[in-house]
Ligand binder design. Structure first.
Ligand code: PLP
Ligand code: SF4
Length: 338
């Protein structure tokens, strides 16, 4: 029937890529050339938090190397099934800060909306890996309740779309939400926290850029890359499309043992991001979420790494080392101190 043909033709390429992501541990191991000895643990860990990784991201990994910094971020390991003291289900107090389903108002002047539970990639260290998204989605009612809350509080100047990954929503849903926010007179900025420009750069379409630039709010996109190898030509193209439209692009990373916990890796990440058009913003200490203890870098080592980085790079390429403290008025900046 004609309407179906039209619908198929109109499914954007990025949605095909999203649907084609690898979710079977066996398939991932085969794709990166690792043996079956990794499989039982991967299967067990994937039962606690499913595996998901786009094929384009896998293409940037080194074959046959279990220590590849990109693979380490997504390969489920046996360590995830072990408990560790202090590593809990909700490490940053999100449930307490949730004013409404999917609306977090922790800091003055900005609210964070979790608008979907879906991500294109499942990062094994994710602090929301145990988050009850089903009950916490600000977009479920087309944002109506969240919009009401924001409209009633003139101290709110900025809305952050988060998730999950907000850009995993369709353009139609995103447009609905953004337009509803755009008419609130006291809002100045719309921030999008997303890993999609890195892991599925096809998502940054002309239509999306037009949506973000066609509003009264000033758009800011905060991407999430942890290692320079994540940034390839397609990622540079995606960031360039945002930058060419006048959108500020920042990056946040998580300091992860075995991924980016050495000064060379951090320096290369900053330089590569800058060359692509994104400024380093935050380097987060790992949130102590259950199942991620094997990624932890001690605070003293983290401070030392940032000090070494600051001794090597211009100040604007040194991200702020931060930690999230439940109940605090902002992220806690550990270094550089201000
Ligand atoms: C991290 C975070 C923000 C943003 O903080 P900035 O310091 O402005 O980047 C806002 N709200 C919540 C709930 C957050 O966790
Ligand atoms: S993309 Fe972000 S929200 Fe999604 S799994 Fe990774 S860290 Fe978590």
């Amino acid at each position: 029937m004609i309407p179906e043909i039209v619908a198929i033709r109109q499914t954007p390429k990025w949605q095909h890529e999203l649907a084609a992501a690898i979710t079977d541990p066996q398939e991932l191991l085969a794709a990166v050339g690792l043996g079956a000895e990794w499989l039982p643990a991967a299967r067990a860990a994937a039962r606690t938090f499913p595996l998901r990784v786009p094929r384009g991201f896998i293409a940037r990994m080194r074959r046959g190397d279990a220590q590849d910094p990109l693979l380490r971020q997504v390969l489920p390991l046996g360590e995830e099934c072990q408990s560790a003291a202090g590593f809990v289900a909700d490490p940053v107090g999100d449930m307490a800060a949730m004013k409404l389903p999917g609306l977090l108002h922790k800091y003055r002047g900005r609210v964070l909306l979790t608008v979907t539970g879906a991500c294109a990639i499942h990062c094994r260290y994710c602090f929301r890996r145990h988050f009850p998204y089903g009950d916490a989605n600000a977009a479920a009612d087309h944002g109506a309740v969240a919009v009401q809350y924001i409209a009633a509080d003139p101290s709110i100047r900025e809305v952050i779309l988060s998730g999950g990954d907000p850009l995993s929503l369709s353009d139609r849903k995103l447009t609905e939400l953004v337009r509803a926010l755009d008419v609130i007179p006291h809002l100045d900025r719309l921030r999008v926290h997303t890993r999609l420009p890195i892991v599925l750069p096809e998502r940054i379409t002309d239509d999306l850029v037009a949506l973000l630039t066609g509003i009264a709010l000033t758009p800011v996109v905060v991407v999430h890359a942890n290692h320079a190898n994540e940034i390839d030509a397609a990622v540079r193209g995606a960031v360039a499309r945002l930058r060419d439209a006048g959108i500020s692009v920042l990056n946040q990373s998580v300091l992860l043992r075995g991924v980016n916990d050495d000064v060379d890796a951090l320096a290369q990440l900053s330089e590569t991001l800058f060359a692509a058009g994104a400024l380093p913003y935050y380097l987060h200490l790992l949130d102590p979420v259950h199942g991620a203890a094997h990624f932890d870098v001690e605070e003293a080592r983290a401070r030392a790494l940032i000090a070494q980085l600051a001794a090597r790079l211009p100040g604007y390429l040194v991200p702020r080392l931060v930690r999230e403290l439940a109940g605090s008025a902002s992220k806690q900046v550990l270094s550089p101190r201000n």
